[in-house]
Unconditional design. Sequence first.
Length: 319
Amino acid sequence: MMRISVWSGDLSDSYLRLIAQLGTDCIDFNRSTDFPTAKEQGYPDLEEVLRIKKKLRSLGLEINRVTLPDITEKFMKNQLEGEVELENTCKALRVFGEAEVPLARQRFVGDVFDYLVTRYSSEHRGGYRSRGEILRPVDRSIPFSLEEIEDWWLHFRKVYENLVPIAEDYNVKLAIHPSDTPLPGTPLGGVGFHRVIDMFPSRNVGFIYCCGTRAEAGGLALVLDEINNYGRKGRIFQMHFRNVRGSLATSGGFEEVLLDDGDMNMFKILLELKRVGFDGCLNPDHIPFVEGDGPSIHQGLAYSIGYIKAQLAALAAIP
């Protein structure tokens, strides 16, 4: 059964009551430093994770996903203390495994080429605002040489060679997110994304599939094809569920929008997920700012949760 997850926010009692009241099922921890001890020692304490898990369960919530310590340029460029990053992410995965957290994400520096796009605040119906991006008028050649990209993959392999056995020992699913923005040549774009499961065929290795990011590359048709490809292989562990207008391929840019206000029919995505047997969480991750929202975007959050719950109810009514 598909469920709904949202970001951990500030973990205040007020925020957790709000998302529980709205019908959220699970929490995703999107930063490795969401656990205070991780800031101090590079990885979280087991007692701290268990304490937070207990607090969430008191409101009927579960931890769906955590984020491991970032792999930065220190490791990817063989700099001083780079090996410490690898040690810390392995320690963190063991801690989360002990706490029986089902899903962990690893981030890698260098999987996006932000300097090739310009970001701006886009305005939509009634004045709600969201992220937009357009390609910069610069040299369109691939920004990295093939040798540099292969070196990125060499370091990626080393990290996963250490993490995958730990994930298997604790039965934690190890997930990677596609390159966002999905520019040509990005390591985790459409071609490189599949390379992860080719390189590591373990059933514990898969994806946080972001339909918004992939639509930025090629629209709904690409999204449905990739859900069919990865989903029937059992490699989609979570969905980032967001809508966009435009794509890099068709308009040289895109704008994120509310779930009902973009180019994609989101119910078609749910139908395809159901068809391939997906039973993970849907997270409406990049939520636009609507009237009355502050930094915590509670209005947009409430809209997004309600929209998804309605679509899941409609999906359940289909024999």
